[in-house]
Design a protein around this ligand. Sequence first.
Ligand code: BGC
Length: 716
Amino acid sequence: MIEDGPVYRNPTQPVARRVEDLLTRMTPAEKIGQLNQVFVVPENREQITELIRQGGVGSRIIATSHLAGSTEQQAAEVEDLNDLQRIAVEETRLGIPLIHGRDIIHGHRTVFPIPLALAAMFDEALVEEAFAVAAREAASAGVHWSFAPMLDIARDPRWGRVVEGFGEDPYLASRLAIAAVHGFQGDDPAAPDRVLACAKHYVGYGAAEGGRDYNTAEISDTTLRNVYLAPFRAAVDAGVGSVMSAFHDLNGEPATGSFYLLTEILKHELGFQGFVVSDWASVAELVNHRVAADRCDAARIALMAGVDMDMVCGCFQEHLAGLLERGAIDAARLDDAVRRVLGAKFRLGLFERPYTDPQAGARVRFAPEHRALARRIAARAAVLLENRGLLPLTKEARRIAVIGPLAQERRALLGSWVLDGIIAETQTLVEAVAEVCPQAEILSASRALSDEMLMRAAEADVVILAVGESDARNGEYNNVAELRLPAGQDELIEAVAGLEKPFIVVVLSGRPVVLNRAARQASALLWAWHPGSMGAAGIADVLFGDAEPGGRLPLTFPRSTGHVPIHYNHRSTGRPAMSRYHDMPATPLYRFGSGLGYTTFTFSDIVVSAATIAADGHLTVSALVTNTGLRAGETVAQCYVRDDVASITRPVRELKGFARVALAPGESRRVAFDLGPAELGFYGRHGRWRVEPGTFTVWVGADSSANLEARFTVAL
Ligand code: BGC
């Protein structure tokens, strides 16, 4: 039967042939329809249904407002998705299925810690597993395509969306980008438990001036290539199916209207074969940027720049036909956009499997093994910044006060981009501590900052004080001018410190916050982020030693807001000692890569396998790691490299390798890192990749201040 049908319907045919076959059958209107993404709410449902029937819709975003991540969103029922899909598949001339997209940012029904926390694990395998679980749950709910991973490098944590990315380092972000893409797409995105990934927000969106979301960014071409593009390049090489063009203006061109960024760099230089979707209405916003006179002009500019699908604003749908007739857009460009979108639909197997089984979700969502993984990840992402011998707590019977504005909180544990997690399923820290340590008497107090809290603290033997940000204080458009805890929390920490009892400050936050002296001098300080559905249990596991705090900072913590932008991999300067402040040290409060465990490690005996290598050669740098403490534990061995003299100013050091090393007390192991052109080269003048001859310094250690060093030479 199949052999007799059209080529595009035949799954044994290669995707490229199916695409060409289908394309030749399509009218201009049908082509344009494929580039139109819509959202469906009760008010527009009838109209959208009709548009689908006419072939005017290519994709549906499962969202009900433009602030999907910052407002409550209703989940679309699978039946509802199937209903509109049925119209596309059975009632249109060519039967092209819709692709359903949704923001699956850090989990679906099982919510994992925020992406910034996932980065803190320095653990690609677990990041991949988390995204694979998110894919499985999302796919069971009818989602074909996730608008993640978010790959924006961010050096200014005032910017609320720092929560969604992998931090400040291009190397760490690149390795995790690959893990996330594999987690979502697997080897074959057509598998029923996989979804298409989307690398966003292309590009430089994290460099918003003043840390204000959507704001202008200025990034030099070398910094763009060496820093901001790096994770996108990695995602493209890993086969990411789509890329989202960002909202902002970069160097005088809105990203959504930039031929240079979308076509010259992304499609030509990086060789991206998938499709570009705009961000929500960012095509229409070209008018606000004043580079387009009106919506028609915006449609023309965006399509010709390289946007393949218009997210929800309707500019493509309204204007591309007229533009085509007038010859104002290129028919070949239109075909290219359609090819890219159709290619993704074929690769996802949507022609063969357009519908979702409404029963599928019940089998996988919030499954026990997903919850166990989320719990493990919450502990591994938590960063222990101070410990004056108090942690881990013993489980003996005593009075433990679990207080603070976030001690009884559920929603804030989930984090900012949570569309499908269930608040009621999320334990509070009070509940989790009681469960993990049933012998103890738990003293708690109401949420408001109150005398009652201090009374409970005064009665206790040890105090766990949960402070931090609500989920609504970071995320899209939620920026802060001051990196401080919300009102009253600094005073609360000081008041608890005044009791002179052992106390642990647990901070739940989506960004670094400048902490007062009382917090830094607490018996212990644990940075637990927004840790997800199982976050409270994961934190309790860490507090009582059932798990080690596994996280290391994926971005620099500043001493004050005035220190930002601050990042460890800054370039070498002419007068480093004099580049300082009068009122504070210029150094970070907590360094990139730092974090404590429950045992101690030393690094020694660094060895490079060759004194000299060719520019295309490789060498191994290794060092001996020893667990010098009394407990088994894990460290993150980190390898940093500096090109000692280069043709352009290069960073003082850059992360080029990391590995988690688990050792028994007294045990040693040699950890090795491979260094080759990818680690030693950089984009120089005119965007050219080069490995330059000369000496390189390499360090191996436990954070970005590692000082165990060696040298080698790249020969002429
Ligand atoms: C955000 C994107 C998101 C999109 C769809 C936009 O406001 O910037 O990150 O994927 O909405 O919800």
